[in-house]
Design a binder for this molecule. Structure first.
Ligand code: MV4
Length: 495
């Protein structure tokens, strides 16, 4: 493996290329016209333009990417996450072109892409599942009967969905028919597959996922869990490892289940097995993500394993050098996804130009980003600016480092989820560990952040009055003004 093409953009493209460089592997970046000057393009040894900004005219053009890979003598293609990463056909075509796909085989991608196929295989292997159907349901009369058996509320899920897409909660029998019809038509139009199934709706679960690594020789290990319960609209915002509620016994049990899931689909590479955890004790397999995940850094920090390096070694056909028994959790890691979104306005995208962009540094802080000061946030892609990851010897240290790092992080030009991060890190429910997937809905209202801003606004106005009344013009020039220089008012003026 001498040259790898990274079929992605932004922070994950750079993340992958960094490991390639450490391994002495050359890199090829691909980019759209919107990303011509992006850091991931400059980081690579070579770069090729795929086309206009929209993903379906650039980053989703599998055939074009393979063409360039062949032309540039690329040995392997790393798909990152999103885009073509879970596209079995792309993986197949890459392989057929004689290039190594750095990821699982098409069979595993396909099986896990179908939630029904995944559930069926899991059930056959005694993996615990949420009570519900293992087959596609079309007939509402049959659905009524099953829903009555498992009890309301129930959840309708699309087989081709995943990550919360195409899910519908049904509270009572009266709503079932209408919701079924909607779910089927939505699944048909979104995924081209109208199959839906029914599950008991677990109302207050924690979302726990297990990282696995599998080589081509049948060896599978797990690298513990990530707690991903702090989400809104099925978009994770904060993840941590390890989970505060898993006992060593439960961790072992869930880990063994995850390994079993990987084995049953002959998994190869880095993958993630998702579970719901109810009452901190009962867990159910949900789905498997057949890619490197956004939140992989928290696992890297607590395990000491470079997941991208392992992906590449596995793709080369090497045997896993890491044994399950020698792995142990070291310390605690937390990730905050810094989105260009306004937490005060229902997390709506808040894109713009990064007038000020200064990342935090220092002990136990990792920032994976693909932006720099002065750059525009493109409207065409996911509005994630960066991932801010803190690491400490224990959870308290990781939380305090996260708070310090958020403080140091200076972003002007758009609203971000940074203040939301501060809110969570200081919230009693988060600190005590008494939270579930309803955290944002239960605890977060716009008022929470406005109160913070309110304090700052009050101080600013009082200070202004004080300065006007008490300090003469000459004195004003000598007032230490570092805080003024760093404030967003000053930098906004500059633009
Ligand atoms: C569920 C569930 C409760 N009951 N299934 C969300 C992502 C996808 N992987 C599956 N997900 C869920 N499936 C049953 N039977 C809860 C989630 C879920 C969730 C639901 C609502 C709001 C936030 C959530 C966060 C994580 C998981």
């Amino acid at each position: 493996m001498k040259k790898i093409l990274v079929a992605n953009r932004g922070e994950i493209a750079i993340r992958v290329m960094r490991t390639c460089r450490e391994m002495g592997i050359k890199t090829v970046a691909v980019f759209s016209e919107a990303d011509r000057n992006a850091p991931h393009v400059r980081y690579a040894d070579e770069a090729v333009c795929l086309g206009p900004p929209p993903s379906n005219q650039s980053y989703l053009l599998g055939e074009k990417i393979i063409e360039y890979a062949l032309k540039l003598n690329v040995d392997g293609i790393h798909p990152g996450y999103g885009f073509l990463s879970e596209n079995a056909e792309f993986a197949q075509k890459v392989t057929e072109a004689g290039i190594t796909f750095i990821g699982p085989r098409p069979l595993a991608i396909r099986m896990m892409g179908s939630k029904l196929a995944a559930k069926e295989a899991a059930k056959a292997n005694n993996i615990p599942l949420v009570p519900g159907t293992e087959e596609s349901i079309e007939d509402t009369a049959i659905a009524q009967k099953i829903a009555a058996e498992i009890g309301y509320p129930i959840l309708i899920k699309a087989s081709a969905g995943g990550g919360g897409k195409g899910m519908r909660v049904v509270e009572s029998p009266e709503e079932l028919k209408e919701q079924m019809e909607r779910a089927v038509s939505e699944a048909q139009s979104s995924f081209g597959d109208g199959s839906v199934f029914i599950e008991k709706y677990v109302t207050s679960p924690r979302h726990i996922e297990i990282q696995v690594l599998a080589d081509t020789h049948g060896n599978v290990i797990h690298l513990f869990e990530r707690e991903c319960s702090i989400q809104r609209r099925h978009q994770k915002v904060i993840e941590e490892a390890p989970s505060i509620v898993l006992t060593p016994e439960l961790r072992k049990k869930m880990g063994a289940c995850a390994v079993k899931v990987a084995k049953l689909c002959e998994y190869v590479g880095a993958g993630t097995v998702e579970f719901l955890l109810e009452n901190n004790s009962d867990f159910y397999f949900l789905e498997m993500n057949t890619r490197l995940q956004v939140e992989h850094p928290v696992t890297e920090l607590i395990s000491g394993v470079d997941l991208v390096k392992q992906q590449i070694l596995i793709a080369k056909g090497e045997t896993l050098k890491i044994q399950q028994e020698e792995l142990e959790i070291q310390g605690h890691a937390i990730e905050l996804r810094v989105y260009a979104e306004d937490p005060n306005n229902n997390f709506l995208p808040s894109i713009g130009t990064l007038i000020t962009y200064q990342t935090p540094k220092g002990n136990g802080v990792r920032v994976d980003d693909g932006f720099e000061e002065g750059m525009d946030i493109p409207i065409y892609y996911d509005p994630m600016i960066s991932k801010l990851i803190s690491y400490g010897s224990d959870r308290t240290e990781a939380i305090n480092r996260m708070l310090r790092a958020i403080d140091e992080y200076k972003i002007d030009g758009c609203e971000t989820t940074l203040p939301f991060g501060t809110f969570v890190m200081q919230h009693e429910a988060f600190l005590s560990g008494h939270f579930d997937t309803n955290f944002v809905k239960t605890h977060f209202t716009n008022k929470n952040l406005n109160q913070e801003n309110q304090k700052e606004a009050e101080i600013a106005s009082k200070l202004a009055v004080y300065l006007m009344e008490n300090i003469s013009k000459t004195q004003l020039d000598t007032v230490p003004n570092t805080s003024v220089q760093n404030s967003k008012w000053k930098s906004r003026q500059r633009s």
